[in-house]
Design a protein around this ligand. Structure first.
Ligand SMILES: [Zn+2]
Length: 416
């Protein structure tokens, strides 16, 4: 049991479905409320007086004084590439000198650079790196993190990455949600035979990953120069037959027809979306696909062209925000910072950005029934912040006022 008493504000969306259009801007803000946690779940929300009347046993519960704190749902990071090795610290400086991401990839940098480091790593070292990064998420109030493979690009090494996520889960209090991203890039040994690599994904990697229950989702980097819409269809349909739900890296650099694929396959998410077509947005809206926006990557890659937030709103497409934590285009697990970039780079309201890292991010992972809002019956995944008002999370854009991260009813991180 845990009682969080007399919060300055309790800030949350409501419900179990992603919020699009104007509803994304509508938060519930309550003052002077307390939250009673029993076991892993939120047992009750109300004033301290009514809670203690209805739950007298709560008098004996450990307490957190909330008068100088606000409570948000635990943040959900719906897009990371957590199990990586090595670093690519030289690349951003090349970009600042005018070399493009695609040119860096052609010269053997980019994803292939990380591929080598991951293939050479021992399973233990890869798990350690994944644990360390997952733990670092806690200091930003994050309680759920999606994590992708995609730097192995062989049966053995994709499995090694997914096993690192599985083994890391045993050591961290927050929830890790694994995604297979074998179609991230062509590995060097299949450079001249892309069809054979896609056959490998469809006939070997997907069935093996599925039978060993190592992933919940399958992702494809659907982009000109990477994987075509037709290839994405083939891979994601095969994944679907094996129980892996589809999500996509979509239209990051150019309009590639990826948003259309996401809509037609009823993908849970289409991510990046700097250049979706109008037909693609209509297909996504019809399918209820969440747009996972990654403003950290926009900033780090010096992109001038951003997703059109007002277009997404107009189509009623729910927006989520993720860090895209990866060594090349967004080497950070700081979802607090990236949420702010959603506002200051893309023009999302503070309310829409908060919804994007809570309810909508949870919905994009099929977890909105369990987490992403502060409501009775949901998991007690909470973030507590030492500010008087939720707008201060954006207004003081350089501060990290996190006080507590609570995962499933247990204090997982406390700022000293
Ligand atoms: Zn990504």
């Amino acid at each position: 049991m845990l009682l969080i008493q007399d919060l300055a504000q309790l800030v949350t969306h409501k419900g179990t479905a992603a919020a699009g259009g104007e509803t994304q801007d509508q938060l519930t803000v309550l003052e002077g409320r307390s939250i009673l946690i029993k076991g892993e779940k939120i047992a009750a929300i109300g004033t301290t007086e009514t809670l203690l009347k209805r739950h007298p046993e709560a008098k004996r519960a450990p307490k957190i004084q909330g008068k100088k704190l606000i409570a948000l749902p635990g943040l959900v990071d719906p897009h990371t590439h957590l199990p990586w090795m090595g670093n690519r610290r030289q690349e951003f400086n090349l970009r600042l000198r005018g070399v493009t991401y695609v040119d860096i990839a052609k010269k053997g940098g980019g994803i292939l650079n990380t591929l080598q480091a991951v293939r050479e790593a021992t399973p233990k070292a890869l798990t350690r790196a994944t644990v360390d990064r997952a733990l670092s998420c806690l200091q930003y109030g994050v309680t759920t993190v999606e994590a992708k493979s995609g730097y192995g690009l062989s049966l053995k090494d994709e499995i090694k990455q997914l096993e690192a996520i599985r083994d890391a889960q045993a050591e961290v209090p927050l929830r890790l949600v694994p995604t297979l991203l074998a179609a991230h890039e062509l590995p060097p040994e299949y450079r001249t035979d892309r069809r054979a690599f896609i056959d490998l994904i469809v006939r070997s990697i997907i069935p093996e990953v599925s039978s060993r229950k190592l992933a919940a989702f399958c992702d494809v980097f659907c982009e000109k120069g990477f994987f075509s819409p037709e290839e994405a269809f083939r891979i994601l349909q095969a994944a679907g037959r094996h129980g892996l739900k589809p999500r996509l890296h979509a239209d990051e650099f150019v309009s590639s027809g990826a948003a259309e694929v996401a809509g037609h396959l009823r993908a849970l998410s289409a991510d990046h979306l700097n250049f979706p077509s109008d037909a693609g947005l209509r297909a996504m809206a019809k399918a209820g696909t969440v747009a996972v926006l990654l403003p950290g990557a926009s900033m780090f890659l010096l992109h001038r062209h951003h997703p059109n937030v007002s277009d997404l709103r107009k189509h009623g497409i729910p927006m989520a925000i993720g860090t895209d934590a990866n060594p090349g285009s967004s080497p950070t697990t700081n979802l607090l910072l990236v949420m702010r970039l959603g506002s200051f780079l893309y023009g999302m309201s503070a309310e829409a950005a908060i919804t994007a890292v809570t309810l909508n991010a949870a919905a994009s992972l099929n977890l909105a029934g369990e987490t992403g809002t502060l409501e009775t019956g949901k998991l007690a995944d909470l973030s507590l912040w030492a500010v008087p008002h939720y707008l201060d999370l954006f207004y003081h854009y350089g501060d990290n006022p996190l006080a507590y991260t609570i995962c499933r009813g247990k204090v997982a991180f406390q700022k000293r």
